[in-house]
Design a protein around this ligand. Structure first.
Ligand code: UD1
Length: 419
């Protein structure tokens, strides 16, 4: 039934109040997958209440782990002997399943992981993941819809150069290299805070990694790793979403746990749109007193503007004062949701990977449909500044990234219900 759920939003409220940010989805799933690297009980805290955590728990359980989930804590008990196959029925639900590939090859010398397939935001290849593992001495190929990788005699450190700083490929290669013999360098590595969080998790297991947060990672392989305890970093995309919500609705939101350091460029952009951003004891406060000014944005790998906040920036520009140009450089189909915004009266034209937006003073409510997590959240923000009622179908997409989104919005004064 969940897939039939929709948000019903009555526009016009200014969002004011306080919210707390939970742990990052894009970090916790990778930490859970990396727990496979050490036999014994690993504890992860600050775990968000999202369906993807349950999917990853199912996947790890099928590989032989026993997973206990109590409130915001997940304990993963990893056995000596692990399964090596991640089936399509689970992998298709969540691309982060591919993150078991590196740890399985490193720990047990083989893995069969279903190809996650395409996505509503664009094709998402695995060639960098496969090439990276091959550099480390694994044999890898694709057969019957599965990546089949093996390294029966273990992996050997090597130099890996990524054509693009892919988050997933950096993570898979890093989690493989920690148990390889010798030194691995990853050149043009992703620098996202989620990659850093994973690296710190691995270091706390006994891994030797140098250069986290830079484009060159140097990893010296160790014989074995030990289980650990780790708290997931706060979700910077949720933090950014609340910041845009405050700016768009001319509200005032204090975001507890929001880390400004992970969002320098988006916050700078919001400030140039007219938002007043201040640091608080444990987060940030975003206030907006007037109609936002249009802002030009181009998405890029971190520390560039995050592609996951693209729908929010387009939604803001749709009601901003002036004309803007938004360029997407990471996923080719991010603009799919623009047609839904146009249904709300936005004036947007898309040409290749550029969107040209003429801000209008107000949108007008209509039924729309979420096509992916972030597009769904962007549409809900647009609904908040639309006159009348908007329904956003396929709420399950939003649930994947935003625990209790409707409840949080209501607590800030929005008129949102779920049906
Ligand atoms: C992760 C995030 C996603 C975020 C993205 C970029 C998770 C679960 N998802 O996705 O929310 O939007 O980082 O910050 O953490 N590519 C290839 N070949 C490869 C790998 C990637 O061509 O082997 C391409 C992709 O098609 C895409 C680009 O590289 O165009 C970036 O992808 P990547 O950084 O790998 O994103 P994900 O890890 O899938």
């Amino acid at each position: 039934m969940a897939s039939l759920d929709r948000f019903r939003v009555v526009g016009g409220a200014q969002l004011c109040g306080e919210v707390s940010v939970t742990g990052a989805k894009n970090s916790v799933l990778k930490l859970m997958a990396a727990s496979l690297l050490a036999v014994g009980k690993t504890t992860i805290t600050n775990v968000p209440e999202i369906a993807d955590v349950d999917i990853m728990s199912d996947l790890l359980t099928r590989l032989g782990c026993s997973v206990t989930h109590i409130r915001d804590c997940v304990i993963i008990d990893v056995p000596e002997s692990l399964g090596h196959r991640a089936d399509y029925d689970l992998v298709r639900k969540m691309r982060a399943s591919i993150n078991v590939l590196g740890p399985l090859v490193a720990r047990i010398g083989k893995a069969e992981v279903a190809l996650p397939g395409g996505d509503a935001i664009g094709s998402r290849g695995l060639d960098f993941h496969i090439k990276g593992l091959e550099n480390l001495g694994a044999k890898a190929h694709i057969e019957h819809g599965y990546v089949i990788a093996s390294a029966p005699h273990g992996l050997i450190g090597a130099s890996v150069e990524l054509d693009f700083p892919s988050v997933g490929a950096t993570e898979n290669i890093m989690t493989a290299a920690v148990l390889a013999k010798g030194i691995t360098t990853i050149d043009n590595a992703a620098r996202e805070p989620d990659v850093v969080d994973l690296g710190e998790f691995l270091i706390s297991m006994g891994a030797r990694i140098h250069g986290l947060g830079s484009s060159i990672l140097t990893i010296t392989g160790v014989e074995s790793l030990k289980p650990t305890s780790h708290s997931t970093i706060p979700d910077r995309i949720i933090t950014g979403t609340w910041a845009f919500a405050a700016a768009m609705t001319r509200g005032d939101i204090t975001i507890h746990g929001g880390r400004a350091v992970d969002l320098e460029l988006p916050l700078e952009k919001l400030a140039s749109a007219g938002a007043i951003i201040t640091s608080t004891a444990d987060g940030i406060r975003v206030r907006m007193d007037s109609r936002p000014k249009a802002i030009d944005v181009a998405t890029l790998p971190y520390p560039g503007f995050p592609t996951d906040l693209l729908p929010m920036v387009i939604a803001l520009n749709a009601i901003a004062d002036g004309h803007s140009l938004v360029t997407e450089n990471v996923f080719e189909s991010r603009f799919m949701f623009v047609n839904e915004l146009i249904r709300l009266g936005a004036q947007i034209s898309v040409d290749g990977h550029h969107a040209s937006i003429n801000g209008v003073p107000e949108l007008s409510g209509a039924p729309v449909e979420a096509t992916d997590i972030r597009a769904g959240a962007g549409l809900v923000l647009a609904a908040l500044v639309s006159e009348g009622e908007t329904t956003v179908d396929a709420a399950f997409h939003v649930d994947r990234g935003y625990p209790n989104f409707a409840e949080h919005l209501c607590s800030l004064g929005a008129k949102v219900s779920r049906e």
